[in-house]
Design a protein around this ligand. Sequence first.
Ligand code: SAM
Ligand code: SF4
Length: 465
Amino acid sequence: MNNNFIDRDYILSLLEKAGTADDSVINSALKKAELGEKLEHSEIAALLKTENTEHISRIFDIAGKIKKRIYGNRIVIFAPLYVSDYCENRCAYCSFNASHNFARSKLTMKELREEVKILEKNGHKRLALEAGESKNECSIDYILECIKTIYDMKFENGEIRRINVNIAATTTDNYKRLKNAGIGTYILFQETYDEQAYNKVHLAGPKKDFLWHLNAFDRAQAAGIDDVGGGVLFGLADPYFDVMGLVIHNEHLEKNYNTGFHTISVPRLCNAEGSFINDLDSSFKPVSDEIFTKIVAVIRIAVPFTGMILSTRESSTLRKKLLQLGISQISAGSRTEVGGYSKLNNKPANPQFLVNDERDAFSIISELIDDGFIPSFCTACYREGRTGDRFMSLAKSGEIKNVCLPNALMTLSEFSMDYGDETFRKKASGIIQKEIPNIANDSIRKKTIENIEKIQNSMERDFFV
Ligand code: SAM
Ligand code: SF4
């Protein structure tokens, strides 16, 4: 049964009141955030709406501290893999929309293997499988075949260990099948929580149904998928409205399933060939870098234990800044078209949208270390069954330091041995040695040191705690 837990008038009135909130409201919200206390909706709205530069710099400062306390210096790396661009929806912002005339395709299993070979060569262990929505061309059977094909592939240096799936909202039965296929997180962006704006930009196809889309995670949970990743496409509506929507959706999941979003993605609208959003009389307004930065920091404060994902839609400069304020996962070396890694398709590329960070994966990973971060290729949690509320209790208890940190260091050591050159190995080793003392548990620290030695001296791989 569809359930609309987004009360539009309530969010609008929150934001209206927040616009006139005085300093005392914001100062008390900031104090609570500093102490790690949960904020009221009105307080989150006040932080979003403030334009006071002193308040904003305190928001950045607190978000940065939360990020450091909960996630340390680790940044999880992944890449998207587009398998099909057939789509029966008319989403005005997307190049795959049904009214855009271009030569569509989906990967054959042979082509899929070629794509995965290249991704593995770049050191990826974690993929996000992406597709348009098409019952005929891209059925759930096709998606399951792709997942099985990828998981069955074995390489000299290992395998793809986690496939997150970002495909259209579907039925509980199909979610059960995805669960049985061993997916990581099921990701679906609400695009916008403002139903009026949603209706304006979704013109045809199953995705046009706001409630079908909004209740997708309830169906996924009913099917046993307890790691779900939300997001909105910033630029379709008032971005502050959409942050409040994300917060309320997260609470809805916490209340009903004991665990909120595993991750929140923050995609922002990019140029896309064949999109027609600029022709619409919509609430479409580009979100400036300043507002986007504040949004990322406020999300970090409002939902501290939820991972935040930033894609190559953003420039390298902005990505560097946002890593300090709350982002814990980034994509690297991404292609947003079908067959984009191996350029197998003998047809002009049709990316879903144009990316801004065009650096290759290795440069991104290497620069992360230069900036003091630990690129992590860890996929341990879901393989160990630490999903949903089990993961959340790990995060909330602070134990994440004894699990994610050693796993990040071991997987970085693997990456440096298998894909790095001498220079890279040297700097990876530098950060690994620097971070090892931060593993609090004595026996886990000892084990990590032993495992890293094995990784460096033999072909033994895939250690995790
Ligand atoms: N087709 C499914 C759907 O729409 O739910 C699966 C996800 S689609 C492959 C990935 C996401 O790309 C969409 O959810 C949307 O938010 C985003 N996207 C589409 N057009 C975009 C654009 N022009 N700029 C940035 N992101 C865009
Ligand atoms: Fe299709 Fe997804 Fe693009 Fe919409 S956003 S047109 S559903 S691929």
